[in-house]
Design a protein around this ligand. Sequence first.
Ligand SMILES: C[S@@+](CC[C@H](N)C(=O)[O-])C[C@H]1O[C@@H](n2cnc3c(N)ncnc32)[C@H](O)[C@@H]1O
Length: 391
Amino acid sequence: MPHLHLESFHPIALPAIEGDVAFDFIATSRGEGKESLIATRFRDREFFVLHKKSGEKDLLKSDKITRPSPNYLIKQALLAYAKHSGIAILDSNVDTAGENVHLKTHDALKSVDFFADNFPTDREVRVEVGFGSARHLLHQALLNPDVLFIGLEIHKPSIEQALKQITIQNLTNIMVLDYDARLFLELIPSNTLSRIYVHFPVPWDKKPHRRVIGDVFVEEALRTLAPQGRLELRTDSENYYRFALETYSHPAYARFEVRKNQEIAIVSKYEDRWKRMEKNIYDVTLINDFESPKKVLEGQFIFNETPINDAILPKLERQTFRREWGFLNTEASFDIREGGWMLRLAMGSFDRPEHLYLIVENGKARYFPTQPVRSSANLKAHILLNELLHG
Ligand SMILES: C[S@@+](CC[C@H](N)C(=O)[O-])C[C@H]1O[C@@H](n2cnc3c(N)ncnc32)[C@H](O)[C@@H]1O
């Protein structure tokens, strides 16, 4: 991850602009383990640059939750902050190379709002979850020019690599999204997808709740798949294979097919490795047979107009509110030097929590960097938060 070690750190006067990068405010954590978050805008993205002490050194890097893609945005923001503050850089892993032309001109990289506002339904749509090296995604897109492929990945270097290849191969039928697949399915209208590929997902043997495939994911996959649509799992993990069989065997679920050591036209890096180790490869395909009802979610992420009293903050700090639909956790709290305060939140369903910030300025609240995904658990968590903020 790009970072700079600075000779010292001092917050600059804000708001400030350095080149194309704007810095709006600085929020410093309350209580132990001081860290500062500098609200940054670059192009159409908002994110935090994080300052904290690392031993004797002052470290400047991107905040994990709001980290934008591509990395170029972070690099520019870090360098812009150092330049504006006039602080010497002791060492860094930030190269000063220009922007990768493939990424700069790319419109295949979409934000989650793009899909939330207007999910594409004008042609056949297939989704690949965790495309990694993107070999399979690119291969399928080349083979099926009339199909739209949405590639989901949470590993930024893989996203950058895929975007580069999309440009080189001049593909116009791929959209790439840096987002957790388990949350993304909730945004898709019912009966829309023809396929969902999940190839070689991380097995998470010690933390099975972190697996992509689980009861809720399968429910959402069946809802979003059109009749005869397929959820295709390919794995080398015996544990994952058995877990999928168990999950798919739930009586309410549809048909599934199992194949062992089936050759496919394109072999991913992972598959190459497992084949060299002579591991078995399993395909477990779930087929949807039903038309699902339209998904209707009531509610908006809007806060009450009544001003929020700052005295509420100590009552909200570092609390977990558990409910039967999920939870709301106020993980950390911050004072905003320019006025107001902020909470780092985890919210929504237990197995697919959303991580983001809540900013309260002049008695008004807003989410940062974007609103939560419109899932039923997130909407319920929002209602709870709204009530708590207003005492
Ligand atoms: C073991 S790799 C397999 C990559 C590729 N499918 C292949 O066959 O080579 C798993 C990939 O899934 C991604 N991933 C893990 N959890 C994810 C999630 N919840 N949403 C989207 N991608 C995820 C990881 O970043 C990683 O690149």
